[in-house]
Design a protein around this ligand. Structure first.
Ligand SMILES: Nc1ncnc2c1ncn2[C@@H]1O[C@H](COP(=O)(O)OP(=O)(O)OP(=O)(O)O)[C@@H](O)[C@H]1O
Length: 577
């Protein structure tokens, strides 16, 4: 058995008891369905021929038996519908947990190639299809086959010829139903594509409504919209034709079977080969075997959807995180913050050129190091190698002398704090967002961190202070305020190593000043890497590294670099003169 099949079946394992009970109930319910026409046959064929005293007694007994069977059928159906679905929901829950846990482990390089929305829609839609198959699939299959085979065997024992006449329509009906069901599905898929075109156009046009209006291009937008709208109606009409063929065809087959049965039965009755009781029995069984045909055709569709969904689910599960703990990885404690790069080269996966080669750097604990250089030269990349967001292609990075590949990822990243240009705040209160830096922090610690980050005063002015829900409508924090919350988070985390990646670049001068103050306070006594475009913010750096396509071109303090009159002096003069 392949790994994929094993993984699929493994989700049944915790619910094996429930699954077996579900199957047994499905089998019993289908069996009872098959028994009812036989009881009717017994009443009409045997009981009614007896003397009236016996009839009454028998009818009472049969009624009691039927009531008992109805009760059992009710209980079985109740079990299938409730616990069958509950089993499906639990399996879905397990799969969702597994995929989320796995997604948390995957590295940056995985997310570089994926759209989050795409992963999300895959997970939500696919999981539903998979679990529908997991619980309805085996159940429907068992019920349908039991009914189809059961009624065939029963009818065959009544009259073989008539059974063959009636059942000869079934393969034809299968082929017809399968073909039009497939066509109907294809047409529905096209409908979905068309409506997504409409939605995309709608979103584009409404999001860009200001541009549309400023160019007075409303008519062009309307024309584009109408075209898509017409296409959608055409596609829908097409799918309804198939839908109509599918449903009316199945109905017609049902009626045809009735006609064939009546004609065949009349002929055999005339010849005294069967009697009217046999005809009644056949009539009673028609629905019992017609319904499974429809169910089996649906099962084909469900099976395809479920398996495709599972393949995509499995595809994500089988992506291995490319950065993980080595076997003997250690925890690092009491980190001072010495960092060294030894012949470090790096190239992004799937690209042809290295971002940089053979970088050598030695940074002492507590140093404030600035990285400057032209856009796209690799400043962010260089810094993201320290927390191992990406793995060096060759060379070694050490923290306090230890190769970072020998350190547990969690331990490594706990010692590094990052403040970026884009601040991501989670749904929830200000308090919860700051607490993200140290999940077990007390409220007092959080307030202390916010004070250090110059965030306390503006937080107190929010409608509910620290309990203000950030996701709530109307609560719009400015870029500088968000940045200060993110700095408070890092204060709380209290790591010995810091990376500020364009942390103030998106801010206006006023907010920049406040945020800069908080950053400087944060950087005190910690090894800090600062990436900045505005050179005014890094003038005081202990060391400025000028990165170019050929590696580190210049290195020194602000004054030293100006005196060198090289690239740094050029960049500086461009900004200030
Ligand atoms: N995830 C990625 N996959 C592939 N290539 C990437 C990835 N991220 C960045 N690059 C490329 O690597 C190079 C360095 O990018 P990086 O963002 O490190 O530069 P930077 O100096 O920080 O630029 P900026 O100052 O504009 O932020 C660029 O050519 C960029 O296109």
């Amino acid at each position: 058995m392949g790994n994929k099949a094993k993984t699929f079946l493994s989700y049944y394992k915790p619910y094996l008891g429930l699954f077996i009970a579900d199957m047994v109930c499905a089998f019993i319910a289908a069996g009872i369905n098959l028994i009812f026409p036989l009881i009717v046959r017994y009443i009409t064929g045997d009981v009614l021929k007896s003397s009236s005293e016996i009839v009454v007694g028998l009818i009472i007994k049969i009624t009691l038996l039927m009531l008992f069977l109805i009760l059992v059928e009710f209980l079985c159906n109740y079990f299938i519908t409730s616990y069958g679905h509950i089993m499906g929901a639990r399996m879905e829950h397990d799969m969702r947990n597994d995929i989320f846990e796995h997604l948390q482990k995957l590295s940056f390089s995985y997310y570089d190639d994926q759209k989050v929305g795409h992963i999300m829609s895959r997970i939500t839609n696919d999981l539903f299809d998979i679990t529908e198959l997991c619980h309805h699939g085996p159940e429907d299959l068992l019920i349908s086959i039991t009914k189809l085979v059961g009624s065939f065997i029963i009818l065959m024992n009544i009259d073989l010829k008539l059974t063959i006449i009636v059942f000869s329509f079934i393969p034809l009906m299968f082929v017809y139903a399968y073909y039009y069901n497939m066509k109907m599905r294809e047409a529905f898929l096209k409908n979905r594509e068309k409506i997504s075109l409409i939605n995309a156009g709608l979103e584009d046009s409404l999001s860009g409504i200001r541009v549309v209006k400023s160019f007075t291009n409303e008519e062009i937008e309307l024309k584009k919209f109408k075209e898509n709208n017409v296409e959608f109606v055409k596609s829908k009409s097409h799918s309804y034709h198939y839908m109509a063929k599918y449903h009316s065809g199945i109905n017609a087959f049902g009626s045809l079977i009735y006609v064939a049965l009546i004609i065949g039965a009349s002929f055999f009755i005339m010849k005294n080969q069967i009697n009217t009781v046999d005809l009644i029995t056949f009539l009673l069984y028609i629905n019992t075997f017609l319904e499974p045909v429809r169910k089996l055709v649906n099962f084909g569709e469900q099976f395809q959807n479920g398996i495709t969904g599972f393949e995509r689910f499995y595809e994500i599960l089988s992506v291995h995180p490319d950065i993980k703990d080595s076997k003997d990885a250690i925890e690092i404690r009491d980190v001072k913050g010495d960092i060294s790069f030894e012949n470090v080269s790096f190239q992004y996966h799937g690209t042809t050129d290295a971002v940089f080669s053979n970088i050598n750097l030695k940074i002492n604990a507590g140093d404030y190091i600035a990285l400057v250089g032209p856009s796209g030269v690799g400043k962010t990349t260089l810094c993201s190698l320290i927390p191992r967001f990406y793995e060096v292609t060759s060379g070694t990075i050490r923290i306090d002398g230890t190769d970072i590949r020998d350190v547990k990822l969690k331990s490594l990243r706990q010692n590094i704090g990052i403040v970026q240009q884009d601040v991501y705040l989670f749904t929830g209160s200000v308090m919860e967002n700051i607490r993200y830096g140290k999940p077990d922090a007390t409220d007092e610690e959080i307030i202390e961190a916010a004070k250090k980050a110059n965030a306390h005063d503006f937080i107190m002015e929010l409608p509910n202070g620290y309990d203000t829900d950030i996701g709530q409508r109307g609560i719009k924090l400015s870029g500088g305020q968000k940045q200060r919350i993110s700095i408070a988070r890092v204060f709380l985390k209290n790591p010995p190593i810091l990376i500020f990646d364009e942390a103030t670049s998106a801010l206006d001068n006023e907010s920049e000043k406040v945020v800069q103050q908080s950053l400087e306070k944060l950087a005190k006594n910690r090894t800090t890497f600062v990436i900045a475009h505005r050179l005014s913010t890094i003038k005081n750096a202990k060391k400025i590294l000028v990165l170019t396509e050929n590696g580190i071109a210049e290195e020194g303090s602000h004054e030293e670099l100006l005196a060198m009159n090289g690239l740094y002096a050029q960049l500086y003069n461009m900004q200030f003169k």
